[in-house]
Structure formats: structure tokens, C-alpha cells
Design a protein around this ligand. Structure first.
Ligand code: ADP
Length: 420
């Protein structure tokens, strides 16, 4: 089977976001955790390599991304897509610009990167090179306060220009509305003026469809962006095939939340089942005791609904924990605890289905479970899907790895409702 689309994703929930959309569009898709080994068989029309490179040191992000791209190319991928966040999460140091530069340098086939973070399905739109989150400019959204990648400049041409020595240009919405031929000719004009990175305006899915038509067969283009454009490409590639929904494995369910995002806080507050909150102070004092009590909680609360074990806290409490224990140690305690709980719950407590909230948290949980590949089982909401995976011991698991800001407020309940 030919890999029509090879995606290099800068985090795991971003990879699942693309997988959910691409699969709903009708393309079969596999998510690989980490770059595939040389010669490894990759059999899906869309293979997504999930890295943990969004906030990694630039040099590491570059090395990992190039390795992933090479593995995908060696496996015969016809097109490469650099997946980044729909809110363009990055700093002046990177990693979006340096990774794009490295991919252009190392993969001689592409000479210009063209893409867009616009994903109208989740309220991300681009106009005049400026990114909007819902009705607000990026810089006026909660992303301006992001702890690692505060986005205080909504002009993404300017943002990307600070990350690369190469020229950055944009294709305005009027040109996108004029259709695929107009987009292609504008990209050619920009290339003639030495622009090497192009960002496209897009405010609705039809704009992404026009972009996908324009770019689908441009062999010298490195595609890039958030889930929106990758899904538009999948719509063109799948040609109306339907995604088949498989039943979930039987076993207990569990929700683990390590995200601090506004949306996840609302989801935790709205959860109807039993809730056990774990605190950083508690973990620092008696880590093993907290793990044991959380596992006991899963046992005693069975039958009262899906248990939620959560470290999610208001920003003031997170800040207090970070001040007391250090940002990295506080995060590591939470991630290690939730990962251990996931592992022990699967090993000894019959849990087979886990919904995880938070990108970093999801990375820690999948690593602890020893996963290497995920396949979409059922799409729950835009960017959110149940994925099937087999753990190191050969158990079939069902995982829903959700980015902090994704899903409606009732997601922790609705995700478990299996509708045919
Ligand atoms: P999101 O997708 O919302 O950004 P992540 O899981 O990627 O969520 O990131 C949240 C980070 O915050 C994780 O590293 C997690 O360990 C850390 N964290 C979660 N809860 C707390 C807390 N109560 N105090 C300090 N850090 C926390």
C-alpha cells in the first residue's frame, strides 16, 4: 500500500487530532509513536509519526523531525506534512521555522514550505496572515498566557520570520477564494522573490479544500500546518470512502487528567462520575501512597460511573506548586503519577479504556504503557478519537488522547457513549 500522506507531528495529541480527521475523511491511518526503525513495515495510506518536539530544544526537534521524515520517505511516502499546533505554539527560537528549514535542506525534493494552521472546525482561522482563535486574535486568547509558548503576536508571517533566515510570505484570502490555480500561481510568484515559507489565509473548510487541490500534486512543496489542511488533503485523497467504526475492547474505563487548560478544567468540573484529585504536595510527600490510594479508588468506585483521577488545578494552585517544587519537578511528579496509575490500572485492575487529557500527560501515559502504534477506532469530537493499541504484554487497549483545549464540556461523559 502506498503511503499517500506522511505526517511528522510535533506532539502526540496533535497526531491523534490529525488521525481523527483524516480517518473521518475516509483514509486509513496509523499513528507511530517515535520515528519508525529503518526497514519497518508501514501499511496505511496516512502514517503519522508522533514526536515530542514542540517544546524540545531546537537541535533535538530538528534531528527527530528529519529522522521521521527520512523514515517516511524511505517507506515510500508520496507527500510529507509538517504538523504543528493550530495556535502555532512556538517561540522566537522555534521550533516550527527551524524544523521547516531543516526539512527543506535535508530532503532535497522540496524547495518551499506551504501551509496554514487554520482549522475552522475548531475555530482557528487566518486572515491577512493573522491567526484568530474563535472571535479573538491569537494574542488576545488564552494562548497569550501559555506557560511554555506564550503567543503574543497574532501576525504569523512576522512570528515565523523571527524563526528563520529565509523569506516568509502569505497568500491572502482573495487569492484563496479565486481557487487552486490562483493559489499555485501566487506561490510561484512568491518563490521568485526568494520566499521559502508560505502561510495561507483560510476562514472556512472550502478554503482548505482549494489549498489542498492546489498543493496535492506539487512535488517540490513541503506541506505543513495544523489538522485542518491535512484533513482537506485526506478528503481529496480518500474520494468519499467511509470510515468503519470498530467496537471497543471490553474492560473498565478510566479518565486521567493532567492538563491545566481552561477547557479541561471545565470538563473536570462537569464530570458526573467519581473524582479523585491528586495534588503535587501530596505526590512530593508520599508518591507511592498516592498511587496505591488512587488504585484503591478505582476498585471501590467501580459501579458508580467512570472514575476520574485528576491533577488539573486552577492556575493559582499550579503556580503555587511550581513555586514550591519547581516547574519541571511539579510537572514530572504529575506525569509520572498518572503514567504509573495507567500502567498499574491496566496490569492489575482490568482497565482497558483510558481517556487522557493533556498533551504531555498523554505522552507520558503512552510511554509507560509501551505503545508503538495507534489506529483510529472511533471519532468522538473534532480532533478527539478513541484509538486502538496493543500494549507490551499484548493486551488490546482503547485510548483517547485529548489535547487540553479540545472537546466540549461534557466530553468526559459523552466519550463513553458508543453510538453506531
Ligand atoms: P495541555 O494539553 O493542556 O497543555 P499537558 O499535559 O500538555 O496539557 O501539560 C500540562 C502540564 O502541567 C503537564 O506537564 C502536567 O504534568 C503539569 N501539571 C498538571 N497539573 C499540575 C499541577 N496541579 N501543578 C503543577 N503542574 C501540573
Amino acid at each position: 500500500m502506498t503511503i499517500e500522506l506522511g505526517v511528522i507531528a510535533d506532539d502526540i495529541t496533535g497526531a491523534c487530532d490529525v488521525a481523527a480527521g483524516v480517518s473521518a475523511a475516509g483514509l486509513d491511518v496509523e499513528v507511530r509513536l517515535g520515528a519508525p526503525r529503518t526497514g519497518e513495515q508501514l501499511v496505511a495510506s496516512c502514517v503519522i509519526v508522533a514526536l515530542k518536539s514542540r517544546t524540545a530544544p531546537v537541535a533535538d526537534a530538528v534531528v527527530e523531525s528529519v529522522a521521521a521524515a527520512r523514515a517516511l520517505r524511505d517507506a515510500g511516502a508520496r507527500r510529507l506534512y509538517q504538523k504543528y499546533c493550530s495556535t502555532f505554539d512556538s517561540t522566537d527560537a522555534g521550533n516550527i521555522g527551524p524544523v521547516a528549514d531543516a526539512l527543506l535542506d535535508q530532503l532535497a525534493s522540496a524547495t518551499i514550505s506551504v501551509g496554514t494552521p487554520a482549522t475552522p472546525a475548531v475555530g482557528r482561522t487566518m486572515h491577512r496572515g493573522h491567526l484568530f482563535v474563535g472571535d479573538r486574535l491569537l494574542s488576545e486568547s488564552s494562548l497569550a498566557m501559555h506557560p511554555l509558548t506564550p503567543m503574543r503576536d497574532p501576525d504569523l508571517v512576522r512570528v515565523l520570520a523571527r524563526q528563520t533566515p529565509r523569506g516568509v510570505g502569505s497568500v491572502p484570502i482573495e487569492v484563496v477564494h479565486a481557487g487552486a490555480a490562483a493559489i499555485r500561481s501566487r506561490v510561484s510568484e512568491l518563490r521568485a522573490t526568494h520566499v521559502r515559507h508560505v502561510l495561507l489565509d483560510a476562514i472556512e473548510d472550502a478554503d482548505l479544500d482549494a489549498a489542498a487541490t492546489a498543493l496535492l500534486d506539487e512535488d517540490d512543496v513541503l506541506l505543513g500546518g495544523a489538522a485542518g489542511l491535512s484533513v482537506a488533503l485526506a478528503r481529496r485523497l480518500a474520494g468519499g470512502r467511509e470510515h468503519v467504526v470498530a467496537p471497543p475492547p471490553s474492560g473498565r474505563g478510566l479518565v486521567l487528567s493532567g492538563s491545566g487548560s481552561e477547557r479541561t478544567r471545565a470538563q473536570v468540573a462537569a464530570h458526573r462520575g467519581p473524582v479523585r484529585t491528586i495534588r503535587v504536595d501530596e505526590l512530593a510527600g508520599d508518591f507511592e501512597g498516592v498511587i496505591a490510594s488512587a488504585l484503591g479508588f478505582i476498585e471501590t468506585e467501580a459501579g458508580r460511573g467512570i472514575p476520574l483521577i485528576t491533577a488539573t488545578a486552577e492556575p493559582a494552585e499550579v503556580a503555587r506548586a511550581q513555586e514550591r517544587w519547581g516547574r519541571a519537578r511539579a510537572a514530572a511528579l504529575v506525569e509520572e503519577a498518572l503514567a504509573r496509575i495507567a500502567m498499574e490500572a491496566v496490569r492489575g485492575h482490568g482497565v482497558r479504556r483510558i481517556l487522557v487529557a493533556g498533551g504531555e500527560t498523554s505522552g507520558a501515559v503512552t510511554a509507560a504503557l509501551g505503545m508503538s502504534a495507534l489506529r483510529v477506532r472511533r471519532v468522538v469530537a473534532p480532533g478527539v478519537a478513541w484509538m486502538t493499541a496493543t500494549d507490551e504484554a499484548g493486551r488490546d487497549l482503547d485510548l483517547c488522547l485529548k489535547s487540553g483545549n479540545f472537546g466540549g464540556e461534557a466530553l468526559f461523559g459523552e466519550a463513553w457513549e458508543e453510538t453506531p
